[in-house]
Design a protein around this ligand. Structure first.
Ligand SMILES: CCCCC/C=C\CCCC/C=C/C(=O)SCCNC(=O)CCNC(=O)[C@H](O)C(C)(C)COP(=O)(O)OP(=O)(O)OC[C@H]1O[C@@H](n2cnc3c(N)ncnc32)[C@H](O)[C@@H]1OP(=O)(O)O
Length: 282
């Protein structure tokens, strides 16, 4: 289904860049000075997580891990959106095999990002609903630009975010705030997210957000990396163990939920709403 990954290394003077994939849905750039890798999602217009984008993100994370970078920053090439979450078209009148693969790859991406031992940070340079929030909350640190929204709005679509998907959110927010936010499908503004602790800092631009993420990763420069990694994984092991125990059943739950006629109706109406919004803008 996919062409082999083409990795082109550019000279080691100045920032090193390697294009992650032949399809270029993500790029990875490693700063030679700091050793920090920046993974950029590049699927216009909103980085909707279709199967190809998810596979690409997973491969890029693995590439960064194998390259022994000092840290990973995830961001987006889109000017207004970090990531709009799952591509809703993948869930509407879906091809069953593809739908299964999409959910499995979302699981794989989360698992790779949440469980990576190196320091991670999200430079959230735009809106981050649902699957976008999942990526951001899998990281250890979040910096967001003003006037954007972040949160888990699955209930709005008639779907239920499973436990593993919520675990990053729960690492950050008090249980009471998380429960209310999920049941209300709340999307936090940048200011609200900072106030509640869902993000760590605000930056005025994507560049500043990336710099702040790099500064966070830099705080570990004097910490023993093995001790750091084991400590991080110790905090995350229980969520990962639970996830692995339930992941197959979770795929079946997802398929059966998405295929329910009332959920399909809801997803169709939601898509119509997005289209109408665009028509109203024009
Ligand atoms: C225990 C049981 C377990 C069972 C498990 C079952 C379910 C688990 C839950 C699933 C978890 C994950 C779910 C998701 O990720 S669902 C996706 C949720 N995402 C959203 O609701 C975001 C929708 N989009 C927006 O709110 C906005 O587009 C925006 C991201 C804020 C950006 O706004 P703006 O810059 O104004 O752009 P437009 O709205 O004009 O959008 C531009 C075009 O992009 C299309 N679009 C937007 N989002 C998506 C998307 N998620 N998927 C596909 N397409 C999307 C939009 O329609 C426009 O397209 P057009 O130009 O062709 O009209």
């Amino acid at each position: 289904m996919f062409s082999p990954r083409v990795v082109s290394l550019v000279p080691r003077t100045g920032p090193r860049r390697f294009m992650s994939t032949a399809s270029k849905l993500t790029t990875v750039e490693v700063n030679d000075k700091t050793g920090i890798a920046t993974l950029t999602m590049c699927r216009p217009p909103v980085n909707g997580q279709n199967l190809e984008l998810l596979l690409d993100i997973k491969s890029s994370i693995k590439e960064i891990e194998n390259d022994s970078s000092r840290g990973l920053i995830i961001t987006s090439a889109s000017p207004k959106v970090f990531c709009a979450g799952l591509d809703i078209l993948e869930m509407h009148k879906p091809d069953q095999q593809r739908l299964r693969a999409v959910w499995t790859e979302l699981q794989n991406v989360w698992c790779a990002l949440y469980g990576i031992s190196m320091p991670t940070a999200a430079a959230i340079n735009g809106h981050a609903p649902a699957g976008g929030c999942l990526l951001a909350t899998a990281c250890e640190y979040r910096v967001m630009v003003p006037d954007c929204r972040i949160g888990l709005n699955e209930t709005q679509l008639g779907i239920i975010a499973p436990k593993w998907l919520v675990s990053g959110f729960l690492n950050i927010l008090p249980k009471r705030v998380a429960e209310r936010a999920l049941t209300q499908s709340r999307l936090f503004t940048t200011d609200e997210a900072l106030q509640e602790g869902l993000i760590d800092e605000i930056a005025n631009s994507k560049e500043e957000a990336v710099e702040k993420c790099a500064a966070f990763i830099g705080t570990f420069s004097k910490v023993n990396p093995v001790a750091r990694a084991l400590t991080k994984l110790q905090f995350r092991a229980e969520n990962l163990r639970q996830f692995h125990k339930e992941r197959e059943q979770d795929v079946e739950n997802f398929l059966s939920l998405v295929n329910r006629p009332e959920v399909q109706k809801g997803i169709g109406a939601y898509l119509e709403g997005l289209k109408k919004k665009k028509a109203n803008k024009q």
